[in-house]
Design a protein around this ligand. Structure first.
Ligand SMILES: [Zn+2]
Length: 180
């Protein structure tokens, strides 16, 4: 059974169904977060809302991407997910130019990004071949860094990162939203 709903619409009681996609729960009741179609799954006892709109990644969207290669002037990233609902990642090939890393002058990207780092970035431009990313905001940049010596997870130490395993210190363009 399908029923159209808008954000805030009551969907079901929590004692009957579990909250699923695009829903939220408040005081035992489940409501819709988005405009879409209500869908109940009797086997799993869940209620979901299927968003009405599907869109492709666009300028201004925030994404999480993994650094796959770094050159002096350019880094290659694989876009893993987007923070915007109902958005389809049709192209994972992210690129970041040295001038779009930060508001301060950066001479060599290799000093600020390493292979395997997880980066939170904003889509600057979409072309037929790649998605141009930028991280020149305080909330953008590396959210999870990995030691270039032993691949261990790194934690924030001031404006730098330190490996939890070998204690190696490395520089990054660290996001305020770093996953500590
Ligand atoms: Zn290490």
């Amino acid at each position: 059974m399908e029923e159209r709903v808008i954000p805030g619409d009551f969907l079901a009681l929590e004692e009957v169904y579990l909250p699923g996609y695009s829903t939220y729960e408040k005081e035992g009741k489940i409501y819709s977060k988005v405009l879409g179609k209500k869908q109940t799954n009797k086997d799993l006892r869940t209620v979901n809302v299927l968003g009405r709109y599907r869109r492709l990644l666009g300028v201004g969207d925030l994404v999480y991407a993994v650094v796959t290669r770094v050159r002096e002037n350019l880094a290659f990233l694989s876009i893993a997910s987007t923070l915007r609902q109902n958005t389809v990642i049709n192209n994972k090939a992210g690129i970041l130019l040295v001038k779009d890393l930060s508001n301060f002058y950066v001479d060599d990207l290799r000093n600020y990004l390493k292979i395997g780092d997880v980066v939170k970035a904003r889509v600057k431009e979409v072309s037929a071949f790649s998605i141009k990313l930028e991280t020149n905001r305080k909330d953008l940049g590396v959210v999870k860094g990995f030691c270039s010596r032993c691949r261990g997870e790194m934690e924030r130490k001031g404006i730098a990162l330190q490996c939890k395993i070998c204690k190696n210190m490395e520089k990054r363009k660290v996001s305020f939203d770093y996953f500590d």
